[in-house]
Design a binder for this molecule. Structure first.
Ligand SMILES: [Zn+2]
Length: 106
């Protein structure tokens, strides 16, 4: 049973973004869309660069954008599609949670 505990915690951590996404989309004043909308951010801003952010209203966006782009390039180094998805899962669901949770099942 002790080996099950880290797996359960990892699974619950993996569910957390889904729950937050569901809560945010449920409470949003507009339905989710990937279309470009000039008056507000949409998924278009996620898939491309945000056209609404400026250094004045989003200084963190501009400071962290190079780190974000570097992480995307590293994750996509093995290829797109399934390889990119697998790289994301390995890094964010295995690589980062394992040392963070102090996993002792090695
Ligand atoms: Zn935007």
């Amino acid at each position: 049973m002790p080996a099950f505990h880290p797996l359960l915690l990892t699974f619950l951590l993996a569910l957390l973004p889904l729950l937050v996404g569901f809560a945010v989309n449920s409470a949003a004043p507009h339905p989710p869309t990937a279309a470009r909308v000039s008056a507000r951010c949409t998924r278009y801003c996620h898939y491309h660069a945000c056209l609404h952010a400026t250094p004045a209203n989003s200084p963190a966006y501009y400071r962290l954008r190079p780190l974000y782009e570097l992480s995307i390039r590293v994750l996509a180094a093995g290829g797109g599609g399934a390889a990119y998805v697998l790289a994301n899962l390995l890094v964010f669901l295995v690589g980062i949670p394992r040392p963070t949770l102090g996993c002792c099942c090695s």
